[in-house]
Design a protein. Sequence first.
Lengths: 238, 403
Amino acid sequence: MLELNGIMKGFGGRTVLDGVDAAFLPGTVTAIVGANGSGKSTLLKLLWGELGQDSGSIVYDEKPVDTASESWKHLVGAVPDDDALVDGLSIRGHFRLCGGFSGLSRDQVAERADHLIRLFGLEEAMHTTRSADEASRGNRKRLALALALLGEPRVVLMDEPFSGLDAERAAALATILRLLAERDRIVVFSCHDDGITRTAADRYALVSGGKVTIGHMEQLPPWSAQAIDTAGALPWLA
Amino acid sequence: MERAGDRYSRSLAVAGLRIALQSLRRADDVLRSRNRPEGALRGVTAYLAGFAAIRTMASTYVFLSTLRPLASRADAYGLAVLMTIAGCVPLAAVLLFSRSRLDITWRLSSLPLRISDRLVIASLEPAIAALPIAVLASLLPAIAALPVAPQSPTDYMKAALWYPLVTASLALGIRSLAGALGACLHGRTTVAPNHGRTVALAAVLLISAIANPDPIVNEHGFFIAVYRSKLAVSVARTAGLDLPLAPGSGLLALGAAIAALAFAALSALMEDAALRHCRARVTLPGSRSGSLWESWPMAAVVDRKRTAFWSLLACLALALLSVVQSAAPVVPLAVAAAIMLIRSISALAFIATESTTTRRFALIPARAGVADRTYFMTALVLAALVVAPLMAAGLIRMAQSSR
């Protein structure tokens, strides 16, 4: 189990996370939801070690973890919102670079890369692009997802993994997330799409006002549309 | 009521202006960026073009102020022709090696323009991108032709206009043909790296600067010194190089100019057709090039702009020149040290700057800083490989000097 105890994080004078207590369970897919700027990405960055918390602790399997440590990074597969791909590096080069530093053998990297390339449908992109930054947004996202699963992560953290994916790929990703949960992984992702969230996740973590509320997906309140004065909006397009 | 034609002309002008400004802004971005050796390379290129302009002005001044009383009309014409041809070399180099027009073609395709207008703007775009250097290079033939001016202002105008016109047409035609060929061979639809062009431009300007064409006179007549050899100015007439100035050759010169212009236009049309055709092509599996670094991914990250090969070629050329010209050993060694220093600082700056790459480094499950250190060490190794010819040239020159 991955627990957050009294996590506080602020930027400048603004507190984004204000004493967050939450627990993410193995075998479940949790969707982090909330308004723009509510702190979803900050929460994920704290978990994969890109940011450090101002106070509070993160506990995994009843042991506090240093999220900046190498051992924690081995346990985590992370997909940042911008995919964090390397300029000038080919798709296979990404697997070699990340796999090499992760301590995987050359054969292991090649075998897993072939599998992930097939699983995420990256074959065509490999042949039509020289470096990953030339690939389409959807292909870059799929490469970032594949890289997160190259090692043997126990915790899979994804920031907006469905953005840029077509409906078919999004459905495939939802299946993969479910598969990871069935294999006792902790799966956490952020998402703005209500339909995808309800399909792919079985729990939600609602970030609002610096706090996190966790519950079963059936308990997630329906999202209400932002109130817009339709009569007075866009007067120049009248 | 506004006519559709007026509105169309205005949209064409606005599109042209927007492209010109974007090209200049991009050139400015390169010069301002702290992490791109290309900015330094462009600075060197501009310096070399400026050097050529000053050298040509000095040669013309020397002729007009001191050598002119000694020169016959034939000498003055021959000198002007050869100096003008030499002055056209930087212009040709700028037009041949300035940035590719692939990216502008993409941008133009989104604008509501007629194909002919699109083609005109696309053809002019390389000149806009290299505008500062192109302006300097365009001045050279006009300065070099000045020895003719005291003899005949009309002939001066002919020389000052005909040679640059033909040179520019041929250069644009050749680059269009090369572009068409490249599009057919590679089938690339994205912007190709153009560092090779920048390096080639700098190399041509460097060779032109080292050649240093200079008028001299001795008891045997007028000559132009190129490198350390002498070329008689009378060769201009015997070789038929004085086409626009030779008596009775007006129609022939006009025909040659029209043929050159037609060549440029036809080549541009061919390139446009090739680019549009190749855009629809799908690259076949296994046809991708540039997988040299596949087995050493960090080198691919360091050389992400694929400049190492071209830098190596430039260093090789400079090393050869150093040895052939018997340069002081400190010259290649100092250049090598400067390149090492620039590449080291560039690598450090890259590591220190937040980017998707450094973000990925931070996510890699390795000890903190291992990826960064590997990046820096790889950058150093790559820089050492690039400057190896210069180091070798420096050592060879040191050995030669100590004998």
